[in-house]
Write a protein that binds this ligand. Sequence first.
Ligand SMILES: Cc1ncc(COP(=O)(O)O)c(C=O)c1O
Length: 364
Amino acid sequence: MSLGCQRDLFVVPDDVTYLNTAYLAPRLRSVRAAGIAGVERRDAPWEIGTEAFFEEVEEVRALFARLIDAEADDVAIVPSVSHGLATAANNLAVPARSRIVVASEQFPSNVYAWHTAGARAAARVEHLAPDALLNAIDKTSSVVAVPQVHFTGGIEIDIAAVAGRCRETKTALVLDLTQSAGARPFSVRETEADFVAVAAYKWLLGPYGLAFLWVHPRHHGGRPIEQGWANRADSDDFARLVEYRDEYRHGARRFDGGQKNSFMTMPMAKAALEQLLAWGVPAIHVALSAWTQKLAEAAESENIAVRPCGHMAALTFPGGVPANLPQKLRERRVFVSVRGNSIRVAPHLHNDENDIDRLLAALD
Ligand SMILES: Cc1ncc(COP(=O)(O)O)c(C=O)c1O
């Protein structure tokens, strides 16, 4: 069954056309309620048992794993994509004079980590357009770091083909799926990347300050950035915390960031992931793709160029985006972002066809 508009589940006022999930997710009512309940829970620390530092974290780890067809043991919970990608860069072999390949004009979190790793190893970092990526992956490349969908909207990278080429050439693959996970079906089993990072606050509809890092089991013996107490074996036994241990908790948990068990953000992430799984990522993708397709068709009859790319679309203008356009749209309560040379339109299930009309009317 196809998913209709779910506006009642979101905190978006009637007069707002919010088309900027790729910037900050619209707020689900359930996520808001979970955050408020978390703040209130923290008001009574005497009621918070030591299990609170671990149990919900494990639930959230398992929920995220389901979303990307992974095992919970392979998921680390980190404060940001940058943190997750620093872990990736610290744990992948980058031989001197090898080549690190990144997608051109990619979001900086998946670029600076490689500039640093490249400089450390005297390796070259190459910034390549999506259509040049495949040919660039060969025996001299050590790492490929790319998204599935470009953050400016409207460009998709054929991850399956990139992953296949990486396997053939023994090149490590690092994915930043912040602009696609939750809105586009993805399976780590099919992709076999080395590391996959996703921020929670966009298409995962979750809180700010939280991200996930999927780590291939071949890297589970790697070096974490932080040496946090909670990542060590048996750290749930608070009475024995100073019986210091060299062993870590199982799987990717050694890479978890400190204070991950926030009493506010963890329940919010749980509520968001539960809602996404209840809808189903394939159904979300179908609904959002139908919306961007309708936008493209309606825009064509108004002579506005829209390039849909599944859950996002890019509006392009012959001479670039007119300087005052975002401000004019804001005045009409239509919210989008300018990224690169286009306006990025990033809807979610709170949007319906009225929002298409309001966007086009505002552009007129
Ligand atoms: C593709 C992508 N990755 C990552 C981020 C956020 O990175 P970080 O969690 O390091 O702040 C964004 C934010 O816009 C993004 O678009």
